[in-house]
Ligand binder design. Structure first.
Ligand SMILES: [Zn+2]
Length: 342
């Protein structure tokens, strides 16, 4: 079978489409014939080199497909051959206090698929059956592969961590990114007033279609100043941060008294300067978050089935075009998710 792997870290030249043995499902596992997978920024960091990545590695955190066979001990799982599924993009120990209380993201043994263990970018993958969820019936394979990691992260940040409420005002950085596009749709389900950023006309149109109320061109305008104008001088209740160093000052200046910055990444750099006086005098909160848990994915699946959320797919590539797909994502030209079809 075909598998997209890296044997060493580096540029896109280290991505190879290898022929490897088709895996056999072990005890408690299902063999899934993968139809589509998607890229996350994580794929780029894994390729370039972060600690703890085993090599060679099958790439990719997100995947969706059909159960081809089931290993021993899965008789009572409820899954059967032919079931259409998507795969949970993480693993956890399953028995610590965090796991049994549904907070798998806090498990000390939390691991990300396609980073700490082999990923989904292959024709087949063996998955422990407890990490399978049913594919939402009303979306395509490409859309299914596009949502788990990014949407789970956005949902966990806005709903579980920031506790978004009806009519909150929210600043969401990067409307065209996978996570930004998911966050806009989720915030609108709470009737939030969404201010987002876009670098050009095409991305602004995309943001508008997703439901954004105000779109600021961060290349031409002072974002914090525009946020203050839009909110009548008060600032926003929530800032949805995933970019880090380049945007942090604007994020803090845009925040209301009592507001929250919820943060899951630092794509432009991790070092920032904070004036602590602003934080305590204005009763502000800075909340860290990464990934999410099964209940987030189940809630998102329900939103999709109810027609309230549609994963945004920017472009679909074939497995052999994996280098172009990475280059496309790295260029920042996408509006939504980059999908790889098998
Ligand atoms: Zn655990």
């Amino acid at each position: 079978m075909k598998a997209i792997r890296i044997h060493q870290h580096g540029g896109t030249e280290v991505l190879t489409v290898d022929t490897v043995d088709k895996p056999e499902p072990g005890r408690g596992e299902a063999l899934v014939n993968i139809k589509a997978t998607s890229l996350n920024h994580l794929d780029i960091w894994v390729r370039q080199g972060i600690p703890g990545v085993p090599l060679p590695l099958v790439m990719g955190s997100d995947g969706a497909g059909v159960i081809e066979s089931l290993g021993p001990g899965t008789g009572d799982s409820g899954w059967k051959t032919g079931d259409e599924v998507f795969c949970v993009p993480f693993r956890s120990c399953g028995f610590c206090r965090n796991c049994i209380s549904g907070n798998e993201q806090l498990c000390r043994n939390y691991r990300i698929v396609g980073e700490h263990l082999n990923g989904m970018q292959a024709e087949y993958a063996v998955i422990p059956v407890e990490y399978l969820l049913p594919k939402p019936g009303i979306i395509s394979w490409e859309e299914t592969a596009a949502f788990p990691l990014a949407t789970q992260t956005a949902y966990h940040m806005l709903v579980k961590k920031a506790g978004i409420k009806m009519f909150d005002t929210v600043l969401i950085w990067g409307a065209s990114s996978g996570i930004g596009s998911a966050a806009i749709q989720i915030a609108k389900l709470y009737s939030a007033i969404v201010i987002t950023t876009a670098a050009n006309e095409k991305k602004a149109e995309f943001a508008e279609k997703l439901g954004a109320d105000h779109i600021v061109n961060y290349k031409k305008e002072d974002v914090a100043k525009r946020v203050k104008e839009i909110t009548g001088g008060s600032g926003v209740d929530i800032v949805f941060e995933h970019t880090g160093a380049k945007t942090w000052q604007h994020s803090q200046r845009s925040l209301k008294r009592g507001g929250k910055i919820v943060l899951c990444g630092a794509t432009t750099g991790p070092k920032i300067e904070i004036d602590l006086r602003h934080v305590f005098m204005k009763h502000q909160q800075i909340i860290g978050s990464t990934m999410g848990n099964r209940s987030d994915l189940i809630e998102i699946s329900k939103m999709i089935e109810a027609g309230k959320f549609k994963p945004a797919v920017s472009k679909v590539f074939e497995a052999e075009q994996i280098k172009e797909a990475h280059e496309y994502l790295a260029s920042g030209r996408q509006t939504g998710k980059v999908v790889i079809r098998f």
